[in-house]
Structures are given as C-alpha cells and as structure tokens.
Design a protein around this ligand. Structure first.
Ligand code: PEP
Length: 251
C-alpha cells in the first residue's frame, strides 16, 4: 500500500492576537520537538497578521505555518487582499484555499479556488484545497456529485502529491460538534481518491485530510479510516492543550 505522511493542520480562522498566539505556538512547538522522529507533518494556519512572528517562533521545530487564503495574483490593486507571494515572504509553507467559509462568505467559486491554488503552487507552497457538501446537499443525496464537481474544478493544474493536499470538510460538520459516520468519511475519501486517479498520475500519494469538529476524543477513530491521511482542525487547534491530543494520534 501507498504510504502517505499524515498532515495535522490547524486553521485558526479569525482568531489570535500576538501575545497569546506566541505562547500557544511555542507550547505546541515544544511538545512536537520532544518527538525524536515525527511521523507526521504539523501545521498552523494563523491570521496573516501573525504569520511572520509565528514562523519565527516555530523555526527549528516540526511545526510549519501557512496562510488561510490568498489572492490569485502576485501583487496589484486588490485592497485588503494578500498574495501567495506575500505569504511565502512571511514564512508560510502552505496555504488553505476554498475553505467553505470563503466559498460562502466571499462567494468563491471552484474556478476562483483553482486560480488561488495555482498561485500557491507558483510560489512553491503546498495548497490545501477544501471541498465539502452542505447539509441540504447531503440530505438530497448529492454528496458524491458535489464532491466530484469541486475536486475536478478546484484542483490546480500542475497538482502533484507533493504540492497539493485535499481536505474533505462537510460544511454541516464545521464548528457544529457533528461528525459524519466513519463509513461516510470512508466513502467520500475513497470517492475523492478515485476522482484524483483520473486527474493526476500520483493520486495514490495525495494526502486527503478530514475536517469538521475533529477533537482529541474522536481524532483516533477518524484518523484510522482508510484514505484519511490527517486532519484539518478549526476550534480544537486554537490552544496547544486541545490540539496536541489530535497531533499525538499521528506524530
Ligand atoms: C475548519 O473550519 O476547517 C474546521 C474543521 O473547523 P472545526 O474543527 O472547528 O469544525
């Protein structure tokens, strides 16, 4: 079987001020640094305002930092936006694109997400492309069709297992405390793997993350599911105390 190095990624969303955030990442970095040969990658995606400081604080530790979104262009007249070039310049090694909160709150389409992911790859960063069905789509029985459409149309051209990660995040599971059954996760992840096999050569090596109400108490069971190669974690990534038990499942 293919071996895929798991990735445990934290998405801080619009949370974090300098002092407390530095304490949290230092705590996380210290815990991870005690592991002699980490078996997974660990990532924190803080607000862009904190990237440079947190990258510095986590330097020489197994913890990497990344952006939560980027503009498709390198620079220019786009007030309030941040480019992948800028994220890289601030110390990022990854960038999330197409998170459901971006798709919903900012009307991002699959085409937008694809362009952003391509900007991430141009900078040599790793794109974490998020997909996931809404509750009404799940109830209508269209989950796999929605996922296919998102994967096919959001995947950046030039995607490889080294530069692209897919995160399956059912929208109804994000921040709600609800999670799909293990069988549902297994079904969707297998479906994503099958789709990727038609789109790229090294699909079997692409990491597929599960996201949506992952916490210390359910991480073990979710990470054991076939084709689940890590997690994208929101709420439970904000403190090292909550995040560590999730990281600890894989590291
Ligand atoms: C997320 O937004 O990526 C997420 C998974 O959030 P939570 O873990 O809080 O559900």
């Amino acid at each position: 079987p293919e071996t895929r190095r798991p990735l445990i990624a934290g998405n801080w969303k619009m949370n974090g001020l300098a002092d407390e955030s530095l304490l949290q990442i230092k705590d996380l970095a210290a815990r991870a640094s005690k592991i002699s040969d980490p078996a997974c990658d660990v990532l924190i995606c803080p607000p862009a305002t904190l990237l440079r400081d947190l990258a510095k604080a986590a330097m020489d530790s197994p913890v990497a930092v990344g952006g939560q979104d980027c503009h498709a262009n390198e620079k220019g007249a786009h007030t309030g936006d941040i480019s992948a070039t800028m994220l890289k310049d601030s110390g990022a090694h990854y960038c999330i694109v197409g998170h459901s909160e971006r798709r919903t709150d900012h009307g991002e389409t699959n085409a937008d997400v694809k362009s952003k992911a391509e900007a991430v790859l141009r900078e040599g960063l790793i794109a974490i492309v998020c997909v996931g069905e809404t509750l009404s789509e799940r109830e209508a029985g269209t989950t796999l069709d929605v996922i296919s459409d998102q994967v096919r149309n959001s995947l950046p051209s030039g995607a490889t297992a080294a530069n692209t990660v897919i995160a399956y995040e059912p929208v109804w599971a994000i921040g709600t405390g609800k999670t799909p059954t293990v069988l549902d996760v297994q079904t969707v992840h297998a479906h994503i793997r099958t789709e990727l096999n038609e789109l790229m050569n090294d699909a079997n090596r692409v990491r597929l993350l599960y996201g949506g109400s992952v916490k210390g108490s359910n991480a073990g069971e979710l990470m054991a599911v076939e084709n689940v190669d890590g997690a994208l974690v929101g709420g439970a990534s904000l403190t090292a105390e909550d995040f560590w038990p999730i990281v600890n499942v894989c590291i």
